[in-house]
Ligand binder design. Structure first.
Ligand code: AN0
Ligand code: CP
Length: 323
C-alpha cells in the first residue's frame, strides 16, 4: 500500500478485518518488519488518539517513530506556489516535504480542512503534495476530507460487537458550538457503504455530505425515525459541506441552542434496538451526547478508541510489507 486515504486502498474488507483480528491476538509478532524503519508522523492540528495510537502501532511493529508538531517549533510553512515570501512564513512546503521524506520510510500526515476554499479542501491540496513530493508511502491521519484510520477502527468495533449479521448503523449529526470538518462523517459513510451493514444518515437540512462519500446512502431527516431499530448509533457534528449552497461551506448553519434536541439522549436511544453508542472522540458532553448515554454500558467509545491502535497497525504493516 502506497497511499491510505480511501476504503478502496485497504482492499477486501473481510480480509482487512481478519488481519485486524490477527493483530489483536498478538500485536508483537511482526517486530522484524519494522526493524531499522522509521515512521514520521506530522501534525498540523491537535491530536490525542491519533498521535498515541499510531505511535504505539509503529512501535508494536518494531519501527522507530518521529513525531513533528508543525505549529510547535518548526518553521511556519507557506503552502501556495508563486507567493513572495516576505511575511511570517520562513519555509515552503515544497522544500519541507522532500526534506521530511529523506528522514523516514513512511509518512503519516494530519492536516484538517482550513475552510478557506471548498475546492482546495476537497482537492486535498496539502496531502496530495505529500504524496507527490515526499517519495514515501503516505497515510492520512485526518485530512481535509477523510479520516480513514478512524473509520477502519469504527468498522473493527462494529464487527466485534454486532449481534446480527447485517446490523443497522445510524450516523447522526449532533450540535456543536464550533465549525468542525466533514472528514470523520465522510470516511465513516464511505466505509459503511462498503461494509455489510444497513446504513442510514440523519442530519438537519443543509448538512448534506458530498456525494463522492455518501452516494447510495439513505438519508432520513427525522432523527427519531432514523433511530428506530438501530443497532449502532454513531454521533458526530460536522459543519456545512456546501453541497447545495457552496457559500455556506464550513459554516455552522443554526445557533446551536436551537438544535439541542439533536443531542443524543435516552429519549432517542429508547427507540433503538438497545443500540451501542459510538463516537470518534474528543466529544463535548451534553452537546453531542448526554452523560448518561456516554457512560451507559452500551457506550463503546473507549474500545473504539483502543481499536485505533489496531487499524493503524494493519495500515503500517501493509505499508512495511510493500516497501
Ligand atoms: C476533529 C473533527 O471533528 O474532525 C477531530 C475528530 C477526530 N474534532 C475537533 O476538532 C474537536
Ligand atoms: N479520534 C481522533 O482522531 O482523535 P484525536 O483527534 O485525538 O487524534
Amino acid at each position: 500500500m502506497k497511499v491510505f486515504q480511501h476504503v478502496t486502498d485497504i482492499g477486501d474488507l473481510r480480509t482487512a478485518l481478519a488481519e485486524a483480528a490477527e493483530v489483536k491476538r498478538d500485536r508483537y509478532q511482526w517486530q522484524h518488519l519494522g526493524r531499522n524503519k522509521t515512521a514520521l508522523l506530522i501534525f498540523f492540528n491537535n491530536s490525542l488518539r491519533t498521535r498515541l495510537s499510531t505511535q504505539k502501532a509503529a512501535m508494536n511493529l518494531g519501527m522507530n517513530v518521529i513525531v513533528l508538531d508543525v505549529n510547535q517549533g518548526a518553521w511556519k510553512l507557506e503552502t501556495e506556489r508563486g507567493v513572495i515570501m516576505d511575511g511570517d512564513k520562513s519555509e515552503h512546503l515544497l522544500e519541507a516535504i522532500p526534506v521530511m521524506g529523506s528522514y523516514c520510510d513512511i509518512i503519516g500526515v494530519r492536516s484538517f480542512a482550513r475552510f478557506e476554499s471548498r475546492q482546495d479542501d476537497y482537492e486535498e491540496k496539502i496531502l496530495n503534495q505529500f504524496i507527490k513530493y515526499s517519495g514515501r508511502p503516505v497515510f492520512f491521519m485526518e485530512s481535509a476530507t477523510v479520516h480513514p484510520l478512524q473509520a477502519f477502527a469504527d468498522l473493527i468495533t462494529i464487527e466485534e460487537h454486532k449481534q446480527t449479521t447485517r446490523p443497522k448503523v445510524v450516523m447522526t449529526w449532533a450540535p456543536h458550538p464550533r465549525a468542525l470538518p466533514q472528514a470523520v462523517p465522510n470516511s465513516f459513510a464511505e466505509w459503511m457503504l462498503a461494509a455489510d451493514v444497513d446504513f442510514v444518515i440523519t442530519h438537519p437540512e443543509g448538512y448534506e455530505l458530498d456525494s463522492q462519500f455518501v452516494k447510495g446512502a439513505r438519508v432520513e431527516y427525522d432523527q427519531m425515525k432514523a433511530f428506530e431499530g438501530a443497532d449502532f448509533i454513531y454521533a458526530k457534528n460536522w459543519s456545512c459541506p456546501g453541497v447545495t449552497r457552496p457559500e455556506d461551506y464550513g459554516k455552522v448553519l443554526h445557533d446551536y441552542h436551537t438544535m439541542m434536541d439533536w443531542c443524543v439522549s435516552a429519549r432517542q436511544m429508547a427507540v433503538t434496538n438497545d443500540a451501542a453508542f459510538l463516537h470518534c472522540l474528543p466529544v463535548r458532553r451534553n452537546m453531542i451526547v448526554t452523560d448518561d448515554v456516554i457512560e451507559s454500558p452500551r457506550s463503546l467509545v473507549i474500545p473504539e478508541a483502543a481499536n485505533r491502535e489496531i487499524s493503524a497497525q494493519v495500515v503500517l504493516k501493509r505499508m512495511l510489507e510493500a516497501l
